[in-house]
Design a binder for this molecule. Structure first.
Ligand code: ATP
Ligand code: MG
Length: 509
């Protein structure tokens, strides 16, 4: 008997199906992958299972019994846990407090035992955490461990993981898969959503593929190939990668000279004497474990943050006194990795978000009036070009909040990468995108390069960096500790740099 059976699940939002007649079954001790393009309905299906939404039709059997969870608390009570892509931990509290949050007085009073139990679970599954640590002192990977422990502590048997590897470094992903294998050995059922086919091949036992809200295929991983998976997912094979590339031009587009950001109260600098140039027609990749100054670097180039020392030059001119909008008007665009905070107004429509940066200028604004027709046209073009899926019949008037994660990302990309931009600072541009959309973004960045524009590409995905960059710089603790041409760069070496091993130490090995 399967641990979970979802039968003929249907769910519509304002008359449009997000899930239509979907069947999914998961066994004990099985890692089951859910694959599908952005907006295919993966998160919706899991939200139904976890009691966030109620299905319009269909049936859920859990351990053979009919089940319909009214809320996440109800789902957890019955043995189902879910780790969302955006974590829901309370930053200022400790690991232990977060784990026992909401469990009632009994556990809170018996903190010592609870702490022991968390430690024991952590050791058993390789989810090492210190219960007394505060959440805001942890890396993303560590926070994810806490989320999983939180579920395990509640005695779940089935664990849903919605894009858990998107935020992890390659090394963390390897460790994380070790944890999943341990859980599988212990008989847990696991549902994992990921856009990376290599991960599906490496970790899953079975795969269910969703397309346009329908389950189109259920496959045993050992019997399939990445090519077959992508063909089922997209209804077409992936186009082969274009290996030929143009050399960068000679003119310098961007130059940083000894740029530093000191902390107000001393301590380590957030950015420490950063110097580099980016040529026209060049893609400079920035590798590094997240939190080593990449965000600050992006912000100091785009004008969100000021440096405390040093200067940023763009096309020969110092930028330091210019604000965000002035820099944007000069052609500097920013694709931020924190789309909710920096890039989107969640309660505005797709169309409004698309013209957010230039609504007050020609061609959208004439005589201080918004040319609504033109804005509509621009939005329709963006939808078509990027294959942006809006919700239901609302089309370009869909609120961004209601769109799937990948489709939100496409809205930002289509706004930021335009005719007018000559330098694009792109941070994790393909995070959360399906492979078709990632390929599209990669091609778009390469096209920018070929037109003589420049790109600073910050990414945690080494494959992405290696395949797109002309040179790769590695950041560690606010510094650039290595910079290399794409021919001489190796994943291994970059990995070592990312861990803070410098060139000197490397050559002494
Ligand atoms: N609360 C909601 N109201 C209206 N439409 C919604 C709502 N939640 C989801 N949708 C729509 O349902 C569809 C499926 O979305 P879902 O989030 O399940 O996709 P997904 O497969 O998880 O995609 P991604 O890979 O981008 O995360 C999308 O078209 C989305 O806009
Ligand atoms: Mg999703």
């Amino acid at each position: 008997m399967p641990l979970l059976e979802m039968k003929h699940i249907t769910k519509a939002f304002s008359g449009v199906y997000a899930n239509e007649d979907v069947c999914l079954s998961v066994n004990q001790g099985e890692i089951h992958a859910l694959l599908g393009e952005n907006g295919a309905g993966k998160t919706t299906l899991m939200n139904i299972l976890f009691g966030i939404y109620q299905a319009d039709g269909g049936e859920i059997l859990y351990k053979g019994k009919s089940a319909q969870f009214q809320s996440p608390a109800d789902a957890i009570e019955n043995g189902i846990g879910m780790v969302h892509q955006h974590f829901s931990l309370v930053n200022k509290m400790t690991v232990l407090d977060n784990i026992i949050l909401g469990l009632g007085n009994k556990v809170v009073l018996d903190r010592k035992n609870a702490g022991e139990e968390v430690r024991r679970l952590g050791e058993k599954y390789g989810l090492l955490v210190t219960p007394e640590d505060r959440i805001n002192s942890l890396s993303v990977g560590e926070q994810q461990r806490v989320e999983i422990l939180k579920a395990l502590y509640r005695n779940v048997n089935l664990l849903i993981l919605d894009e858990p590897t998107g935020v992890l470094t390659p090394q963390e992903t390897v460790k994380f898969f070790g944890v999943l294998r341990r859980l599988k050995e212990e008989g847990y059922g696991i549902i994992i959503i990921t856009h990376r086919l290599s991960e599906i091949m490496a970790i899953s036992d079975r795969v269910t593929i969703l397309r346009d809200g329908r389950a189109v295929k259920d496959l045993i991983t050992a019997d399939t190939t990445p090519e077959e998976l992508s063909a089922f997912m997209m209804g077409r094979p992936l186009s082969p990668k274009n290996k030929e590339r143009k050399e960068p031009l000679f003119q310098t587009a961007l130059e940083l000279k000894c740029v530093s950001i000191s902390k107000k109260h001393g301590g380590k600098k957030v950015l420490d004497s950063i110097s580099f140039t980016v040529k026209k027609g060049e893609i400079l990749g920035i590798a590094g474990v997240e939190g080593n100054g990449q965000k600050e670097l992006a912000e100091v180039i785009t004008g969100i943050r000021r440096s405390t020392e040093g200067s940023v030059f763009f096309e020969g001119e110092p930028l330091d006194r210019m604000g965000v909008r002035e820099r944007f008007n000069r052609g500097i665009s920013y694709v931020s990795d924190d789309r909710h905070r920096d890039s989107l107004v969640m309660d505005m429509t797709v169309m409004e978000n698309l013209i957010l940066r230039n609504y007050n200028r020609f061609p959208f604004s004439r005589n201080r009036l918004l040319d609504y027709k033109r804005a509509e046209k621009r939005a329709e073009e963006a939808l078509a070009e990027y294959g942006i899926k809006t919700s239901g019949k609302s089309g370009i008037k869909t609120l961004v909040r209601l769109m799937s994660g990948g489709n939100q990302q496409k809205v930002i990309l289509s706004r930021e990468i335009s005719e007018e931009s000559s330098l694009i600072v792109a941070s994790q541009p393909t995070r959360g995108l399906d492979i078709g959309a990632s390929e599209f973004v990669h091609n778009t960045l390469i096209r920018q390069k070929e037109q003589g524009k420049s790109v600073v590409l910050i990414s945690a995905d080494l494959d992405e960096l290696m395949s797109l960059s002309d040179r790769i710089a590695v950041m560690f603790e606010g510094r650039i500790i290595g910079i290399m041409g794409r021919e001489e760069a190796s994943v291994n070496e970059i990995g070592l740099y990312m861990g803070g091993v410098t060139g000197k130490e490397l050559s002494h090995e």
